[in-house]
Design a protein around this ligand. Structure first.
Ligand code: 5GP
Length: 181
């Protein structure tokens, strides 16, 4: 299992899309979230969008491998789908934030953990504003979390700095390939 983490806006999504194209055997875990869908996002494809009550119910039923509160919303990795894939020997990729990555490290120490870092906090701010998916307040909330998350990079066995996308993707593909067999 591969855990890809790092601050919001660092390019995890883009890198993971590239990774999945390069290594088609990988499957991406679809998370549950209580945040609202962004324009174009689809339920069951990008996330399982759910109410806080539904999230709580699943949490109480032990339905999440890990979960976290992030910028006022909750996110979690559904247990059933992940277990099914792992039992079938399918390599799975999780795209999650740092608190969740720590939980997975504790419960599944064999998971491969990769931290994606921005070249700088300023570069991250520019990307968060540039991608235009979050309003000003949300960008500030995400940057505040990002500062904390950046302090966690030394906990990770692999760190990929996403300066030039192609270089970062090459590095990520190299890491995942080396750990696949
Ligand atoms: P976004 O709202 O931008 O889609 O995601 C916000 C943050 O939550 C990102 O850092 C993303 O990687 C993280 N995230 C998405 N799904 C999960 C999950 O299932 N668990 C955890 N812990 N974080 C998640």
């Amino acid at each position: 299992m591969f855990v890809i983490t790092g601050p919001s806006g660092v390019g995890k999504g883009t890198l993971i899309r590239g990774l999945m194209e390069r290594i088609p055997a990988l499957e991406l875990s679809i998370s549950a979230t209580t945040r609202a869908p962004r324009p174009g996002e689809r339920d069951g494809v990008d996330y399982y969008f759910m109410s806080s009550a539904e999230f709580e119910r699943r949490l109480a039923a032990d339905g999440f491998v890990e979960y976290a509160a992030y910028a006022g919303r909750r996110y979690g990795t559904p247990q059933d789908e992940l277990q099914r894939r792992l039992q079938a020997g399918v390599p799975v990729v999780l795209e999650i934030e740092v608190q969740g990555a720590r939980q997975v490290r504790a419960s599944m120490p064999d998971s491969v953990q990769v931290f994606i870092a921005p070249p700088s906090l300023e570069a991250l701010r520019a990307r968060l504003i540039g991608r235009g998916t979050d309003d000003g307040e949300e960008v500030e909330r995400r940057l505040a979390v990002a500062e904390e998350e950046l302090g966690a990079r030394s906990e990770f066995s692999y760190v990929v700095v996403n300066d030039r996308l192609e270089d970062a993707l090459e590095e990520l593909v190299g890491i995942v390939s080396s750990r696949l067999d």
